[in-house]
Each structure stands twice: as C-alpha cells, then as structure tokens.
Ligand binder design. Structure first.
Ligand SMILES: Cc1cc2nc3c(=O)[nH]c(=O)nc-3n(C[C@H](O)[C@H](O)[C@H](O)COP(=O)(O)OP(=O)(O)OC[C@H]3O[C@@H](n4cnc5c(N)ncnc54)[C@H](O)[C@@H]3O)c2cc1C
Length: 444
C-alpha cells in the first residue's frame, strides 16, 4: 500500500503520523514544496511581536524525526499535477528541476491556502508584508524591530490582522488598522462585541480606520504612504491580512469537485468525489456539525483533526470526523474573544428560525481581586431552545467558556439545560451561578 501526501504541515503531517501508527507496513511519502514540515503558523504574530525569539519553536516535528518513524518526507518537492486515471502524481524536485512521476494507491491533498494579494497599486514596494510562512515572519520581524519603523499599517481586521496589531504595539509602534467594513471581524462577531473591541483599540491608542478601502501605496523604494478611497496615511511598514484562497489551482482538469473558492469538497471520512483521493485542511471544506453543509473554515483545529481521520482511513481504517463548528478564539489587546456555531445570519440562510440572548456578567466573585466583565451571547432555535451558536468576550476566562457552548451544541442541549448545568465554583475562579448559567436562564 503506497500513500502519497501532498503538503507537510498540519493536515498532511497529522495524516502521515496517524497512517503510520495504524499501518506500520504502509509506504508513506510526503511531498512538501517548502523546506520545513509541521510548522505552526498560528505562532507567527507572537514571534513577530517578540513574545518569543526562536522561530524553530513553531515547528512541531522535524523531518529527521518523521523519517526515523518510517515516513518518507521529501521537502523541496512540488507536486505539479495529479492524474486520477493513472493514479499518479507529477513531481518537481525544486533543487534540480528534475520532474518525475510516482504512483499511489491512496492520495491526500493537503496543500493549504495561499494569501490573496489584492490588486493594490505599487504592492511590490519594500516593507509591504503578508504573514503566512516562516520566512514571512522572519522578514517582517527583522524590519519591524528596527527603530526606523515607527508607524505600521495593518490592512484587514480579521483574526490575523488583529493579532498583528497586538504584536506591533508590543514592539512600541504606532499602529493603524484599516478595515473596509464598518467593524472589525466583519460579521463574525455580534455588533455589541465589536463595539467593545473598537473601544479596546482606542484605549490602547490603536488608530482604527473603518469604512475605508485601500487603493494602493506610494514610496520611492519602500512604502511611505497608504492611499485609501478617503485619505492618505504616512507609514513605514504595511502588513496585508485580507484573506486566503485554497491552494488547488494545480488540480485544474482533475475533476475533483470544489466549492466556488477552490476548496476541495470532502465528506466526513475526508474523501473527495474521486476514489482513493482524500483531502483536509485549508485547501478543503469541512462538513458543518449542525447540518453537514460543506463549509470553508480554514483553521488549524479542523486541519489537524480531519487530517488524522484521513490518515486512519487511508491506512485501512474507517472513521468519521464529527464536523466543525468553526470554534475560534482571538486576543484583542487585553480582551479575549471567541465564537462557535451559527450566528443569526448563518442560521437564517439555512432556514433555521432562531433567537438570541446577550448577557453582561462577571467572571468571578467581586470580593476577590481583579473581577472582570464577561459578555456571553447564545444563539438558539426559537421553538426547541436548542443551542446552535455562541460568542464570548472578556478579560479573564472568557474565551475558553466557548468550548462549553461548543459541547452544548454537539450534545444538542437547550438553554434550560445550560441554565442548570452543574459548573464548578470557587470565588477567585467563577460565581455560584456561572455566567454561562445566567445566559441559559435569561434566554426566553
Ligand atoms: C498568521 C497565522 C495565524 C494563525 N492562527 C491560527 C490560530 O490561532 N488558530 C487556528 O486554528 N488557526 C490559525 N491559523 C490557520 C492555520 O495555520 C491553518 O489552518 C493551518 O496551517 C492549515 O494547515 P494545512 O496543513 O491545511 O495547510 P498549510 O499550513 O498551508 O500547509 C500546506 C503545505 O502544503 C505545501 N504545498 C502547497 N502546494 C504544494 C504542492 N503543489 N506540492 C507540495 N507541497 C505543496 C505548502 O508549502 C505548505 O507547507 C493561522 C494562520 C496564520 C497564517
């Protein structure tokens, strides 16, 4: 049995490691076009912000270790195309330009996503960065740490843009965050939550520029100005964080079914529509846990889990991924925020009639120092009161409460169940009625 995996980061290496554990005899070859594997891009903003210094700490598994474990990892090898009739891939060895073909019994596509470069004028000027690869992070950090860089502009207020804001503030820069829409995170978080985030940015002297679309840049050799449809801003460095696109262009003509954005459609076993071809991670869809819809949620969490399912299935097992809820969390300066499941807009588009409740409560007892506000939103089916989504925000203990809501969704719990759930209590940690109990009880 020969398994070929294209892409050696989260999804690909989770699959390789699991397949080897399930079937020691399987021959597993991983083709990775970069020169490292198992790299956790999630650490990049914190590396750039100098929260830690050694970039190798973002690498979970080294090539040598995987080879020792019996996985044939070939870095600096790019797969150029897939022939599903011949069950073969065409590979280019990047160091020599040699091209060869190799046959597979099972194939996994785990090629991730590429940064979408908007058509901004003069985008090739120096000091304009994106953040996705280790080399991006190293180049950005080197420039950002220089005293010559005083003013940083971040374009795009999604998860990565917001994390880079914190990084640049930590380096002592003046930070401007430009967002085309009228609030950060577009419509991922409730307006009441994004309002609190906006205030948090203002409190930390972050220049928040909303409702402006960037058109391009000006500068001699390096960027000096950012031009939007409403103004011009002087700046020393720009980070573009406007989104990703599945890296699947090389599969053109392969008949593998994809969403409009190029994400490969897979089922709960990680299978594509072509026999013996699997996929997972940022290049693929995930089935939504609530209704099985094929959705694009490019997160490390799903990449690792569905990757592991694919590894097991390619090696002869039969297992299923339970589906994703899009659970995600982020630090917004001193706040932590998290989201899971469906919001009202997503529920409506699926024909689910829903209600919501939004509560402001406290994270712990008041007499113990450092009590903080905590905000919880629950979205639930109108008639049955079954919980289908949630959001949290606060400064201490808020984000991980989303995991409770995620479990409640999976267990199809009602708001009433949550209201009476036996959560733990001790004054420095929580309250006798936890904020989650309160949210469940307030829901009508
Ligand atoms: C800055 C940043 C912060 C993030 N923070 C978080 C976070 O906090 N939480 C979270 O859940 N997620 C986060 N993510 C997302 C997370 O990193 C991704 O979901 C995860 O890396 C996806 O893993 P993957 O294996 O699908 O793809 P990737 O990590 O993109 O890996 C795909 C690999 O395939 C290789 N490849 C592509 N094409 C070919 C080819 N033709 N031949 C050979 N090799 C190929 C690429 O070189 C690449 O190494 C973050 C991402 C970034 C960029």
């Amino acid at each position: 049995m020969k398994i070929i995996i294209i892409g050696g980061i989260a999804a690909g290496m989770s699959a390789a490691a699991k397949a080897k554990r399930v079937s020691e005899d399987a021959e597993i070859v991983v083709y990775e076009m970069g020169d490292i594997i198992s790299f956790g891009a999630c650490g990049l903003p914190y590396y750039v912000g100098d929260f830690f210094q050694n970039p190798n700490w973002m690498i979970a598994r080294k090539v040598e270790r995987m080879i020792d474990e019996g996985v044939d990892v070939r870095v600096n090898h790019q797969v150029l195309s897939v022939d599903s009739d011949l069950k073969s891939v065409k590979v280019k060895r990047l160091e020599t330009d040699e091209v060869f073909e190799e046959k597979y019994d099972k194939l996994m596509i785990a090629t991730g996503a590429n940064v979408v470069m908007p058509p901004f004028e003069n985008i090739g000027l120096n000091n304009i960065f994106t953040l996705s690869k280790m080399s991006d992070g190293m180049g950005l950090k080197e420039k950002a740490m220089s005293d010559e860089v005083k003013d940083v502009t971040i374009i795009g207020a999604g998860f990565i843009g917001v994390e880079v804001v914190e990084a640049m503030k930590k380096l002592g820069k003046h930070v401007r965050l430009i967002q085309r829409g009228n609030r950060v995170f577009n419509r991922i978080f409730d307006e009441r939550i994004t309002e609190l985030m906006h205030q948090e940015f203002l409190d930390h002297d972050v220049e928040l520029v909303l409702n402006e679309g960037v058109q391009g840049f000006e500068g001699q050799d390096k960027v000096q100005k950012v031009k939007t449809d409403k103004g011009v801003y002087e700046t020393d460095l720009v980070v573009i964080a406007t989104g990703f696109k599945p890296n699947t262009d090389f599969l053109e003509g392969s008949n593998i079914k994809m969403l409009k954005n190029g994400a490969i459609i897979v089922n709960r076993q990680g299978e594509t529509n072509i026999q013996d071809i699997y996929s997972a991670g940022d290049c693929a869809t995930v089935p939504h846990m609530i209704d099985n819809e094929d959705v694009y949620i490019p997160l490390a969490t799903g990449a690792n889990k569905l990757g592991r399912v694919v590894g097991e299935n390619m090696a002869g097992g039969k297992t299923e991924y339970p589906g994703s809820l899009g659970s995600a969390c982020v630090k917004v300066m001193d706040y932590e925020a998290a989201v899971t499941g469906l919001n009202e807009e997503q529920a409506k588009s699926r024909g689910i009639e829903c209600s919501n409740v939004f509560v402001k409560d406290k994270n712990q007892a008041g007499y113990y120092p450092n009590q903080e506000d905590i905000y919880i939103k629950l979205v639930y089916e109108k008639d049955s009161k079954v919980i289908i989504g949630g959001e949290t925000l606060g400064k201490n203990g808020a984000a991980l409460r989303i995991d409770v809501i995620a479990m409640a969704i999976k267990a199809k719990m009602t708001t009433e169940d949550l209201g009476m759930m036996d959560f733990c209590y001790s004054p420095p940690i929580s309250k006798t009625w936890d904020a989650l109990n309160v949210a469940g009880n307030v829901a009508k």
